[in-house]
Design a protein around this ligand. Sequence first.
Ligand code: OAD
Length: 264
Amino acid sequence: MSRAPACPIPEPLARALADARSIVVLTGAGVSAESGVPTFRDAQTGLWAKFDPFELATPRAFARQPGLVWDWYAERRAAVARALPNPGHRALVAIEGRAPSFLLATQNVDGLHHRAGSRSIVELHGSLARVRCSREDREVAAWDEPAPGEPPRCPDCGAFLRPDVVWFEEALPAAAIERAEAAARACDLMIVAGTSAEVHPAAALPWLARAAGATIVEINPSATPLTRHADHALRERSGVALPAWVASAWPASAAPDAAGGGAK
Ligand code: OAD
């Protein structure tokens, strides 16, 4: 007896992926959930269920308690360093390798797309892997051991260093959001995976693509404000749905784990 596929993919959806000329993917924290990295808004397990974002992820929080904020991000940096890319990340590498034009716009700061082997990426909310000077706004690669309870200081100007991530009340890096918006307006397929689609301006990207006539496919076990406006919604984890979709679009070439690069 043959087993039913873990995530059945309707034939028009398989064709939409195989035939797309220009693909934009918007990812959020859910794509890394199967790597053991917590999301933000999931009840119980999400970071914002346990921590107050206004105590940790705003410029005012950093001004008030720089050591606390630095330590929280340092812990998250250490946790993502221990995590590994999952089959969903790798399926996106496989899609990038086959699409004539491709851009991955991620809200994630965990670097797992890079480590899976994705190349054409814009990091809309920055990266935990980078640190910058809070005064001069430039990246800093090395610093001296900080005083206890404080972030390290900029070797040039002495201001505190901070993670190079976007906090609430801050603007996204202009070049990153402009590149993602231009690609969204020009794509014929937009895949929206693992995001609650609530945080702007990233959440507006599928709407730009939709207004320009692209097919919108959402991959998320839960409904979001986008779900009923998407052309297809796969109510499944991205680590299951994305490899199944790749295998159905390119049956001859798909490896069991959806090809793509290995974990690094
Ligand atoms: P959220 O935590 O808001 O949403 C995660 C989404 O992933 C939810 O809709 C879940 O249903 C879904 N999800 C959970 N497990 C999944 C899985 N295995 N496969 C697919 N989907 C799954 O995270 P984001 O949408 O990324 O910003 O949040 C956007 C921004 O808000 C973040 O970048 C962060 C946060 O506050 C800043 O810190 C500035």
